[in-house]
Design a protein around this ligand. Structure first.
Ligand SMILES: [Zn+2]
Length: 592
C-alpha cells in the first residue's frame, strides 16, 4: 500500500494534477492561484514543484496531491487514491484492509444505483407505479424530466424490492447500511423499505454518485406520515454536504456564475425543466458551510428562492450570514403574493418567473422591504420590530460605505434619520454573532523570538545555497533556540548539496509541515543576495538583543529577591552580571 502511494506520487506531478482544477500561474520557483478553499482576491495558494506540495498562506491548508484531491473533491483517502491511481496509470493492488475500506463505500453506492434503477423502472414502466406517475405528470413534470432526474416509485410491498436486491447477491448488512432498508422490529427476518409507497428522488452528488434518497408521500397517504423523508446519515450520505441537482446544474452555474437556491425537489426541477438550469435545492432554509463552499466553487452570486417568510427564521439568518462570510453576492427572488413557491410560479407563469429572477433584490433591500411590509412603520412598536429584524443583518455588512447606505435606507423606511439608526445599531454589538471566520489559521500568536527565528529561516531557505549559508554563519546561528528550528539548521549544515526533498524525508512527520511552509514561503521572497545577507545579520542581532533582554529581566527579578532577603554577596554578584549584560546590550543596539 505504502509503496503504491509512493509509486503514484512519483508518476504524477502535483502541478499537472492541480492545474486540471485551477488555473495555475508560474511565479518564481512556484505556481500560484486563488485558493479554492477560502475566498480571496489575491492568490496565496502556492504549489511547490520541488516539494510536490501545495500550501495556502491565507487559510493554512496544505499537503500533497492526495490531500489536495481529498479536499477538493471532498472524498476520503481511499477514493483519492483511486482517482490518482487512474491518472497515474497505476493498477492498485488491494490489501484486504484497503479493499474493505474502498469496497464498503462502493458496495453502498452500487446498491443505491440498483435501488434507483428499480424505483425508476417501477415509476415509468410498471403498472404498480401508474398512480404515482399520473401524480408527477399532473404536477407538470414531463417524462423526459422524470428520466433526467431518475425519479422513481417504491412499491407498497417491500418484498418485491428485496427479492430484486437478493437476486443481485447483496448482503443484508450492506442493504441495511444504505439506510434504505430497515429491519422490522416485529420478527427478526423481516425487512422493510423506508421509502415504501413514496415517490423517490435519488440524491446524486456532483460526481454522479447516488448517495441516498428523498421520498415524498403521495396524495392519499395517511395523515400521520411525514410529507418528506430522507436517507439517514450513512457512510456515503451526509446531509450537510448534499446539494440536490448540482450534478445537472453545475455547468450552467459555472457559465452564469450564479446559482439559484430553492428549498425542495419540485422547486428545483420545475424551473430546470422550464430552461432555468443554474438551479439547485437544499433541504430547508439552513445552509451548511459545506454546501455553501461547494456552491462557491462555481458561483459568485447566490439567488435565494425560498419560502416568502424565510427571513424571519433564525436558520435563514444564520445561512445568510454564512453566505455573506464567503463573499457571495446574495439576492432574493420575490414572487409577490401570487405564488407560494418557485414550482407553482414557474408552472403558472414562466415569463413572470424569469422577470422576477432578473430583478432579484439584493438581500439587504429585501430585508428592509419585507419587514416594512410585515410591520407597521408608523407605530413605535412597528418601528422597533423593523429595526430589530433588519439591524442584526445590516451591522454585519463589511463594506462601510455600503453599510452606511443601508442605514440610510432603513432610516427612511422608519421615518428616522441616519444618526438615530446607527446609534441603535451599536446596541446590537458589532461582532456578537458573526459566524466564525472560515478556516483561518488557528495557531497561537508567535512570540518575538519565534517570529525572528522564523524570518531568519525563511531568508536562509530562500537563498541560493541554504547549506552554504548555514555553514558560513555557523557560530551566529547558535542563537536559534527553538528545537524544531535547531533541528532544521542541523539538517541544513549536513554535508552534500541542499535538497528540499531530502530534508523533507529526514524530518520527523510532525515537522514536515513546518518545513514545507517555511520553504514555500521562504522561496517566495524576492530579494537580492547582499540585501538578504544584511537582513539575516539584522535578524541575528535582533535575536541576540531579545535574548539579552530576557536575561536582564530575569536577573532583575533575582536582584529584587536578593535585596529583600539582604543577601549582600549574592546581590553584588548579580549586579555585576547585570551590568555586564547591559553593556553588551547597548553595544549590540549601537551596531545594529
Ligand atoms: Zn486558502
Amino acid at each position: 500500500m505504502e509503496n503504491q502511494v509512493e509509486e503514484i506520487k512519483s508518476k504524477l506531478d502535483i502541478v499537472n494534477v492541480i492545474s486540471r482544477h485551477l488555473p495555475l500561474k508560474k511565479r518564481g520557483r512556484h505556481y500560484i492561484a486563488c485558493c479554492p478553499f477560502h475566498q480571496e482576491k489575491t492568490p496565496s495558494f502556492t504549489v511547490s514543484p520541488e516539494l510536490q506540495i501545495f500550501k495556502c498562506f491565507g487559510c493554512g491548508k496544505g499537503g500533497d496531491v492526495f490531500t489536495f484531491i481529498q479536499e477538493f473533491e471532498r472524498v476520503e483517502f481511499p477514493e483519492a487514491l483511486e482517482i490518482l491511481a487512474k491518472q497515474a496509470g497505476v493498477v492498485l493492488k488491494k490489501t484486504p484492509q484497503f479493499s474493505a475500506q474502498v469496497s464498503r463505500a462502493k458496495v453502498l453506492l452500487d446498491i443505491n444505483k440498483n435501488l434507483s434503477r428499480f424505483y425508476h423502472y417501477l415509476l415509468v414502466s410498471h403498472p404498480l407505479g401508474k398512480n404515482a406517475l399520473d401524480y408527477v405528470l399532473k404536477r407538470g413534470l414531463s417524462l423526459d424530466t422524470i428520466k433526467t432526474f431518475q425519479i422513481g416509485f417504491s412499491p407498497p410491498n417491500s418484498q418485491l424490492l428485496l427479492n430484486f436486491l437478493h437476486k443481485k447477491n447483496f448482503a443484508d448488512s450492506d442493504l441495511i447500511d444504505t439506510g434504505t432498508i430497515g429491519r422490522s422490529q416485529y420478527g427478526s427476518s423481516r425487512f422493510y423499505d423506508r421509502f415504501s409507497s413514496r415517490l423517490v428522488f435519488p440524491l446524486i452528488d456532483h460526481r454522479q454518485n447516488i448517495l441516498g434518497f428523498s421520498g415524498r408521500a403521495l396524495p392519499g397517504a395517511p395523515d400521520n406520515q411525514a410529507k418528506y423523508i430522507n436517507s439517514p446519515e450513512t457512510l456515503v450520505y451526509h446531509k450537510s454536504h448534499m446539494v440536490f441537482g448540482l450534478n445537472l446544474a453545475k455547468d450552467f452555474i459555472r457559465d452564469t456564475k450564479t446559482v439559484i437556491v430553492t428549498e425542495g425537489e419540485f422547486d428545483m426541477i420545475s424551473p430546470f425543466q422550464a430552461g432555468i438550469k443554474n438551479i439547485v435545492a437544499v433541504k430547508g432554509t439552513a445552509f451548511t458551510l459545506e454546501q455553501l463552499q461547494l456552491l462557491r466553487r462555481y458561483a459568485d452570486t447566490l439567488i435565494l428562492a425560498l419560502d416568502s417568510d424565510f427571513a424571519g427564521a433564525t436558520a435563514a439568518q444564520k445561512s445568510i450570514q454564512l453566505a455573506d462570510s464567503l463573499d457571495f453576492d446574495i439576492k432574493v427572488l420575490t414572487l409577490g403574493r401570487k405564488y407560494k413557491d418557485p414550482d407553482e410560479a414557474v408552472q403558472a407563469d414562466p415569463v413572470f418567473f424569469k422577470k422576477q429572477l432578473s430583478s432579484a433584490l439584493p438581500i439587504w433591500d429585501f430585508l428592509i422591504l419585507s419587514s416594512v411590509h410585515q410591520y407597521d412603520a408608523s407605530t413605535v412598536k412597528g418601528k422597533k420590530a423593523i429595526l430589530s429584524t433588519v439591524l442584526p443583518f445590516l451591522i454585519k455588512i463589511e463594506n462601510s460605505v455600503i453599510k452606511a447606505d443601508y442605514f440610510k435606507k432603513l432610516a427612511d423606511a422608519v421615518n428616522s434619520d441616519y444618526e438615530a439608526v446607527s446609534q441603535e445599531a451599536s446596541k446590537y454589538g458589532q461582532n456578537n454573532s458573526t459566524p466564525p471566520p472560515v478556516s483561518l489559521d488557528s495557531l497561537p500568536p508567535l512570540s518575538l523570538q519565534e517570529k525572528l527565528e522564523k524570518n531568519l529561516l525563511l531568508l536562509i531557505l530562500g537563498s541560493k545555497h541554504p547549506s552554504k549559508m548555514v555553514k558560513n554563519l555557523k557560530k551566529e546561528l547558535k542563537i536559534i533556540a527553538l528545537p524544531s528550528h535547531q533541528k532544521l539548521i542541523s539538517l541544513l549544515s549536513q554535508k552534500g548539496r541542499f535538497s528540499p526533498q531530502k530534508i523533507q524525508q529526514k524530518l520527523p512527520p510532525e515537522m514536515r509541515d513546518i518545513f514545507q511552509s517555511l520553504f514555500v514561503q521562504g522561496t517566495s521572497i524576492v530579494i537580492d543576495a547582499p540585501r538578504r545577507l544584511l537582513e539575516i545579520k539584522k535578524l541575528i542581532s535582533q535575536l541576540q538583543i531579545d535574548k539579552l533582554k530576557n536575561q536582564l529581566s530575569a536577573l532583575s527579578q533575582e536582584i529584587i529577591k536578593s535585596e529583600a532577603k539582604h543577601q549582600e554577596k549574592q546581590l553584588l554578584r548579580l549586579e555585576s552580571r547585570y551590568n555586564r549584560l547591559l553593556t553588551k546590550l547597548s553595544h549590540l543596539q549601537v551596531t545594529k
